[in-house]
Design a protein around this ligand. Structure first.
Ligand code: FMN
Length: 426
C-alpha cells in the first residue's frame, strides 16, 4: 500500500486552528514542517505532499489556510529527512516549463532522488488576477497547455545524459558536450531551446502526480503520471475509477499498474468508536458556515450560492458551472447531495472537515479494515491521507493505524529504497 500525506497548515478541517490540539502560531515555522515530515517518515509513508493554490483563500478571515511556496518548504525538508519522497505542486497554467523543470530537478539533487511534481492546471479563477490575466482559461484549454507543458519539462529532464559529466582532472574536461543536448522544442504554447542549467538529477525523470479526475484530467494522468490523487466516497465508484485509470494507462502504452491510484481519506482515530466520534464532533464544531460556503463557492468555479436557501435541497447545478471550473469535484459534490438528499447547509457541513475527501472515523482497527477493503478490492493502490488537524491527527494515525497496516503486511516496516520512484515500485 502506498501512502502519501497531504500536509496543509494545521490540517484540512476548516477553522481547526481554534482547536487546542493545534498551534497555529507556529505553523509557518520550519520546526512545524520538520515535525510533520518526520512523523510521516517515521510512518514509512512513500511521500510528503504539499498542495498549492495561487490565490489567498477567500475564507482567510476564518481559516488559517495560507499557502507557502511548496518547493521552498520541500527544499528545507530535504535537509531534515533521508528517505521519504517530497512532492510539490506546480501549476501548468501560471508557470513556465523551464522554471518548473529546473526547480524540481534541483529539489531532486538536494534530496538525493526524492522529488516528485504534482501537475495541476489551477481551477481557481482568482489566481488569474495574480498573473496579469482577468480570467482563467477554460478547462479544456488549460489541459491542452498542461499536456504540452509536461512534455517540455520531461524533455528538459532528459537533456543531459547520465554520463555527461566527465570530470577528468588530468585533461581538464568537465562535461561531454555531445551528451548535453538542446531540446529545440517548438509547440503550440512553448518554444524552449534548452538544455537544462544543471546535470541530470538522481531520478532523471521525476515521478509525477496528477489530481484532476475529469476525463481530460484522467487522460493526462494515464499518459504521464505515476500517481493519481482522487476524491472518492464509495467503493463501487472508486473501483470503477481505478479500473478506468488502468485501462487508460494501457491505452497509452503503459503497464496497468504504472499509475498508482490514491483516493483521499481524512482519518479521525479514537481508541474506541465513541472516542473517535467525540473527536470528530469536536473538530467539526469549529467549522463555520461562512467558511464552508466559501469553500463550496470556490469548488464550484466561483459560482455564487448566496441566492439559494440553505435549508432547501441542494440544486442540480450541473449545467450552471462556468467553463473554467473544475469538473470532477463539483460533479462529486452535486452527486453526493442529490443521492443523499442533502440541503446546501448539510453539504457544506459534510465537506468542511476533509475538503470533500472521505472521512474515516473509527478505531485503528476499523480504519485499517476500510483501507484494506478498498486496497484488496482494487479501488486503491494506497491513499493520500489528509489529516483533519496537524500535527496531532498525523501523529495519531502514525502511532495507531500505521502499526495495524504493518502487522497485516500491507505497509512497509522500513524503507527498502531511497528514492521516491523506488518507493512507488515496491
Ligand atoms: C488529493 C488532491 C490534491 C489536489 N491538490 C491540488 C493542488 O494542490 N492544487 C490544485 O490546483 N488542485 C489540486 N487538486 C485538484 C485537481 O488538481 C484539479 O485542480 C481539479 O480537480 C480540476 O481538475 P478536473 O477538472 O480534471 O477534475 C487536488 C485534488 C486532489 C484529489
Amino acid at each position: 500500500m502506498h501512502l502519501a500525506v497531504f500536509a496543509q497548515g494545521v490540517g484540512v478541517s476548516q477553522s481547526v486552528w481554534r482547536s487546542p490540539r493545534t498551534q497555529p502560531e507556529s505553523m509557518h515555522s520550519l520546526a512545524h514542517w520538520t515535525r510533520l515530515v518526520r512523523l510521516a517518515e517515521d510512518g514509512c509513508f512513500d511521500a510528503f505532499f504539499i498542495a498549492d493554490q495561487l490565490n489567498l483563500a477567500p475564507t482567510i478571515a476564518k481559516d488559517a489556510t495560507d499557502r507557502p511556496d511548496p518547493i521552498v518548504v520541500l527544499a528545507a525538508l530535504a535537509a531534515v529527512t533521508s528517505k521519504i519522497g517530497l512532492i510539490g505542486t506546480s501549476s501548468t497554467t501560471y508557470n513556465d516549463p523551464y522554471t518548473v523543470a529546473r526547480q524540481f530537478a534541483t529539489l531532486d539533487q538536494m534530496s538525493d532522488g526524492r522529488a516528485g511534481w504534482n501537475v495541476v492546471t489551477t481551477a481557481i479563477a482568482t489566481a488569474a488576477a495574480n498573473y496579469g490575466s482577468d480570467g482563467l482559461p477554460d478547462h479544456e484549454a488549460r489541459y491542452e497547455r498542461g499536456e504540452e507543458f509536461v512534455d517540455v519539462v520531461r524533455a528538459l529532464w532528459d537533456a543531459w545524459a547520465t554520463d555527461a559529466i566527465v570530470g577528468d582532472r588530468a585533461t581538464g574536461v568537465w562535461a561531454d558536450l555531445d551528451k548535453i543536448k538542446a531540446i529545440d522544442y517548438a509547440g503550440e504554447h512553448f518554444q524552449v531551446k534548452g538544455p537544462m542549467t544543471l546535470p541530470r538529477s538522481p531520478q532523471g525523470q521525476l515521478p509525477l502526480a496528477q489530481a484532476g479526475s475529469s476525463p481530460t484530467g484522467m487522460k493526462l494522468g494515464a499518459r504521464v503520471a505515476d500517481m493519481v490523487f482522487t476524491t472518492q466516497h464509495h467503493l463501487a465508484a472508486a473501483t470503477e475509477f481505478a479500473e478506468s485509470m488502468r485501462a487508460l494507462a494501457v491505452a497509452a502504452g503503459r503497464a496497468p499498474d504504472a499509475v498508482k491510484v490514491l483516493p483521499g481519506i481524512t482519518p479521525i482515530v479514537g481508541k474506541t468508536e465513541s472516542e473517535a466520534r467525540e473527536l470528530a464532533r469536536e473538530i467539526g464544531s469549529f467549522i463555520s458556515e461562512e467558511s464552508t460556503l466559501g469553500f463550496l463557492k470556490q469548488s464550484f468555479g466561483g459560482l455564487d450560492l448566496s441566492g439559494y436557501d440553505l435549508d432547501e435541497p441542494f440544486p442540480d447545478l450541473r449545467g450552471a458551472l462556468p467553463a473554467h471550473a473544475s469538473v470532477s469535484r463539483p460533479e462529486l459534490f452535486i452527486k453526493m447531495a442529490l443521492d443523499e438528499g442533502l440541503t446546501v447547509r448539510q453539504l457544506a457541513q459534510r465537506v468542511g472537515m476533509s475538503i470533500g475527501h472521505r472521512p474515516l472515523v473509527g478505531t485503528p482497527d476499523t480504519i485499517a479494515d476500510e483501507m484494506q477493503r478498498w486496497f484488496e478490492a482494487g479501488a486503491a493502490d494506497g491513499f493520500i491521507v489528509l489529516p483533519a488537524d496537524l500535527p496531532v491527527g498525523l501523529e495519531e494515525f502514525v502511532d495507531m493505524v500505521v502499526p495495524r497496516l504493518q502487522d497485516r503486511g500491507l505497509l512497509r516496516k522500513a524503507y527498502s529504497g531511497s528514492t521516491l520512484r523506488e518507493h512507488l515500485a515496491e
